[in-house]
Write a new protein. Sequence first.
Length: 117
Amino acid sequence: QVQLTESGGGLVQAGGSLRLSCAASGRPFSRYGVGWFRELPGKEREFVGSINRNGSGRNYADSVKGRFTISRDNGKNAVYLQMNNLKPEDTAVYYCAATSGTGWESWGQGTQVTVSS
């Protein structure tokens, strides 16, 4: 399995930006599609967006379309989540996950994002 580590979370004011990183080790990252998820306080984990193995395809939840962008650099074994125009309702723990095609096989430990109003 591939091991994943998120970083880049923090405290930001509403309207600000953050870029989260998901670093991979253990397996060639180019074999995996990657998804971003978040867990809001008191709620179930929800899908934020995903990117396919070579970066040519992306999907986003409606709640983040136009504000969040996922990219990847397979040479650096990394996937990024650029978050712009952040809102207080984006406050959550953000996770990245990897799939080789049969479900989300590996998860990171999460990184906290807090957006103040």
